[in-house]
Design a protein around this ligand. Structure first.
Ligand code: SAH
Length: 349
């Protein structure tokens, strides 16, 4: 029989679960508090529960707890990359980033990814499995415990396509924003997608206050198809329609991500083309100089090319930021640490 993934239950589910075990409903709030406020990983540490209930929980539940395999800090000491081991020995990575406005963690949503973007290290081995909500939460919980610091922002931009793991993502957001748990504001959560259009509509209808980031990386479909296989399924105009719906339904401004690859998508004509398509949308563009991965021959754009691209977009009245490259000295870009770890351990047999 499959064990109950107790850390992924919301309060209502936990209440009926506890009642089914023959105990009092109010125990659910205590257990929720242990997991999601006190960040405890062992049932035995829940000292206000009876010995009997603790034993029942240990017999019936699976308690997710990620093990820190490796930790790497960059020279500037504002970025720490974590490699975690899951209960089935698979590995995932998360990145802690210290900003003036608070601490942020970039979490993974899947082990591997099946979207196949050519510039992305996470795509190389394909999808291994989805992460369950407790495994997404625990990336944040373990980092908070390890550093003794509070995390105020979460970006779902690590390995995986979050909208390809939709139900688990939604539960994760419900739990991290719960006022009986971490009580994180939805506004402090960003979900990044390569643009699964049907799921963008569905997400809009959840009416969450999260920020949606779209990985566009191209100004027309032909160009997009060169690096992103998903472009064969959904066109840019379909994505932009969905973005309009998202904004109209939630009132939240969309972020477009554009990773600049030298000579591929960073030419000035593309900046004009992009601007023409998004200028009427209430959006923000994040330019990211591509982080070269050793498996591909992509080079990042020069800083003068990045500035040119930015200036053109700004002339159209578009809000643009250039993403600071934090932690590129520690393989911090999208799946690179995990990839180098997996390569290394396979070499060692
Ligand atoms: N699957 C989601 C989220 C994961 S990737 C998505 O596609 O949005 C987070 C962002 O980093 C995406 O915009 C992705 O396209 C980008 N990215 C991936 N590999 C990169 C690399 N090597 N250099 C720069 N950006 C990269």
């Amino acid at each position: 029989m499959e064990r109950t993934d107790i850390k992924s239950l919301n309060i209502e589910e936990l209440e009926s679960y506890i009642e089914n075990l023959g105990d009092k409903k109010f125990r659910a709030k205590q257990i929720f508090d242990w997991f999601h406020v006190k960040l405890v990983s062992h049932i035995d540490d829940m000292t206000n529960l009876s010995k009997n209930l603790r034993q029942q929980l240990k017999d019936d539940c699976q308690v997710t707890s990620l093990k820190i395999l490796r930790k790497q800090e960059n020279k500037a000491k504002d970025t720490i990359k974590y490699l975690f081991e899951l209960h089935d020995k698979r590995v995932i990575e998360s990145v802690f980033m210290r900003y003036k406005h608070g601490n942020s963690v970039c979490i993974s949503s899947q082990v591997g990814c099946r979207m196949g973007c050519k510039f992305c290290a996470s795509a190389i081995g394909g999808l291994e499995r989805n992460l369950i909500p407790s495994e997404m939460l625990d990336q944040i919980y373990q980092i908070q415990k390890d550093l003794g610091e509070r995390v105020s922002n979460v970006v779902v931009m690590g390995t995986g396509e979050p909208l390809d793991n939709y139900d688990n993502l939604i539960r994760f957001i419900e739990l991290i924003t719960s006022d009986k748990g971490q009580n994180m504001s939805g506004r402090n959560i960003t979900v990044s997608t390569c643009g699964l259009v049907d799921k963008i509509y569905k997400l809009a209808d959840e009416k969450l206050q999260i920020t949606l980031a779209i990985s566009l990386h191209a100004s027309n479909d032909e160009l997009r198809k060169q690096t992103m296989p998903i472009a064969n399924r959904y066109s840019i105009s379909e994505i932009l329609e969905a973005c309009k719906y998202y904004f109209n339904t939630t009132g939240r401004r969309i972020t477009f991500e554009y990773s600049l690859i030298s000579g591929v998508n960073d030419q000035e004509e593309y900046a004009h083309e992009l601007a023409g398509k998004i200028k009427s949308l209430n959006s923000h563009v994040n330019l990211i100089p591509i982080n070269p991965i050793k498996e591909r021959d992509f080079k990042h754009s020069t800083s003068s090319q990045v500035s040119k691209f930015k200036n053109i977009l700004e002339k159209y009245g578009i809000n643009v930021t250039i993403r600071r490259e934090m932690g590129s000295d520690i393989d911090a870009a999208c799946g690179q640490l995990r990839k180098s770890y997996v390569d290394e351990t396979t070499r060692q047999g």
